[in-house]
Design a protein around this ligand. Structure first.
Ligand SMILES: [Zn+2]
Ligand SMILES: [Zn+2]
Length: 348
């Protein structure tokens, strides 16, 4: 129901595309493809509200891909080198108990156009999840325990704005004063004209000049006011964020709501091999209002991380399974396999 643009005062037509005549069934179009005639009637929600809901619903639909994997970083995670979104994809490995261990993110640009455009930038979904969770915790710990560091961030982010705001406020005062002055000049000029103290030609010239200045001042005033509002909003945003992040101390789970409340974007770099042979990968998290605090370096998990040892369901011996659904130790697995194939041979 919320999908219908009629709620925003638009008329939706052709929700179905005509398919072949025989089947009579017409394939349902995706809402994005609906033809909408805007503003035919007054809606019960604003267009803006409607669009927001659509965006949320659409992104939620896309989050559920790769076999039930919920992509909580959808819209946030980007390739550090080309800026494209990163896509979540099943890494084609044997089933693990947690779907997140079967998913990798890679650069979409690379995925679509190959290595002429970018490189894979692969990162394990689990590695990303852990790194972001750890960083939020680190930040929250700092916000709670290190008042000094918090003030330093606040100062760094708002200082330039504050000194700029001061000079803008000054300019704003001056502009308003000049506007009032122009009003006075205008009326005395008009008086001069009425009293025939100046010629028609001079009146036109002078009033044209005043008018031009008035328009210029009004334009500048608008600009200054907007800049000031932005910088006040930003300062408030920084303060709000620093008090918000405190609530996430000890966070154990992440979801899309938390990610979207705290994070603007996450940039993932390509893996790099260091001189000592270790591999590392850089992740940059840009928080809302605060921006980038410090880069994170992770050691990417190998693709085939060993699973926890378990006991064979037949002989009870402990073994390291190669997949989450494995039930038998290698010896029993072999025997069972052999028995099965013998049985099928006997039947045929
Ligand atoms: Zn890329
Ligand atoms: Zn066994």
């Amino acid at each position: 129901m919320l999908r219908s643009p009629i709620y925003a005062g638009n008329l939706a037509g052709y929700k179905r595309i005509a398919a072949n005549m025989k089947s009579k069934k017409r394939p349902s179009k995706l809402p994005e493809e609906w033809e909408v005639i805007p503003d035919t009637h007054e809606g019960i929600v604003t267009q803006e509200e409607f669009d927001t809901v659509q965006q949320l619903m659409t992104s939620r639909r896309r989050e559920q891909n790769a076999g039930g994997f919920e992509n909580i970083f959808s819209g946030v995670i980007k390739c550090a080198d080309c800026g494209y979104a990163m896509r979540a994809a099943s890494a084609n490995r044997r089933k693990r108990p947690d779907i997140i261990d079967c998913v990798q993110y890679t650069c979409n640009n690379y995925g679509r156009y190959g290595n002429v455009m970018c490189t894979a930038h692969s990162i394990e979904a689990r590695d990303l999840f852990n790194a972001v969770l750890a960083d939020i915790n680190r930040f929250a710990d700092m916000a709670v325990n290190d008042e000094k560091a918090v003030r330093a961030i606040e100062r760094r982010l708002t200082e330039t704005d504050q000194s700029r705001a001061k000079s803008l406020e000054k300019e704003k005062k001056k502009l308003n004063k000049r506007l009032a002055e122009l009003d006075r000049l205008f009326s005395s000029l008009y008086e001069d004209k009425v009293m025939e103290r100046i010629t028609e030609r001079n009146f036109e010239m002078m009033s044209g000049k005043y008018q031009k200045e008035q328009l210029e001042i009004e334009a500048r005033l608008k600009e200054v006011t907007e800049t000031l509002n932005d910088s006040y909003e930003k300062s408030q945003g920084v303060r709000d964020f620093l008090s918000l992040i405190r609530n996430y101390q000890g966070l154990k789970e992440l979801d899309a709501t938390i990610i979207n409340a705290l994070i603007d974007k996450i940039l993932v770099s390509e893996r790099e091999k260091l001189a000592d042979g270790t591999v590392r990968q850089e992740i940059k998290i840009y928080y809302k209002f605060i921006g980038f605090v410090g880069e994170l370096h992770i050691t990417p998990t190998k693709r085939w991380t060993a699973l926890k040892p378990k006991n064979c369901t037949v002989c009870g011996v402990e073994y390291v399974p190669s997949s989450g659904i494995s039930k038998y130790c290698p010896a029993c697995a072999k025997r069972i396999q052999r028995e099965k194939s013998n049985e099928s041979k006997r039947r045929s």
